[in-house]
Write a protein that binds this ligand. Structure first.
Ligand code: AR6
Length: 170
């Protein structure tokens, strides 16, 4: 599909209306891409996350919230929480689908036309990369087939394995 792109690189450098963060339920930062986004984006992102926490509590797995992107070249950061891999029988595929779909819904609600995703759950959360790539691509394709407002979705792969998997799938 011509709206979907794959690049290899660091999502904190990507110019898009929104970049997505693979956060945790606390929304208060962590390692991996989450740590990189908070480091590069500065305190404004954490302040916005704390405000959301105070307003609505933790972010459940598969759900998403939106904040400023602080000092990043993007306009917004959409923080979503992917599932921890527990062998695949604890609803992981549906929860990962929800993370992508709810991020895209929030994007549309905020007028986002270009959005970049990291490979959610495939680092610290241990989701097998090949299975996660299949879920991610299917979720985005299904969503875009019913929506015409999003113009561009970019999968930003940090490691070679994910980059090859996404190139193969797309
Ligand atoms: N740009 C793009 N992708 C990146 C970057 C980056 N700068 N850094 C890492 N990745 P992970 P998860 C890739 O562990 O598995 C955090 O502590 C990485 O190679 O960041 O969803 C949160 O707070 C991998 O493919 O997220 C949570 O506690 C992908 O990003 C937990 O980790 C996701 O790896 C979430 O775990």
């Amino acid at each position: 599909m011509e709206k979907i792109y794959v690049i290899k690189g660091d999502i904190t450098k990507v110019e898009a209306d929104a970049i997505v963060n693979a956060a945790n339920s606390s929304l208060l930062g962590g390692g991996g891409v989450d740590g990189a986004i908070h480091r590069a984006g500065g305190k404004a992102i954490l302040d916005a996350c704390v405000a959301i926490r105070n307003r609505q509590g933790k972010c459940k797995t598969g759900e998403a919230v939106i904040t400023t992107a602080g000092n990043l070249p993007a306009t917004y950061v959409i923080h979503t929480v992917g599932p921890v891999w527990n062998g695949g029988t604890k609803g992981e595929p549906q929860l990962l689908t929800n993370a992508y779909t709810n991020s895209l819904k929030l994007a549309i609600e905020n007028g986002v036309k270009t959005i970049a995703f990291p490979n959610i759950s495939t680092g610290i959360y241990g989701y097998p990369k090949d299975l996660a790539a299949q879920v991610a691509v299917q979720a985005v394709k299904d969503f875009l087939s019913a929506d015409t407002t999003i113009k561009q979705v970019t999968f930003v792969c940090f490691d070679d394995e994910n980059y090859h998997l996404y190139n193969h799938l797309l």
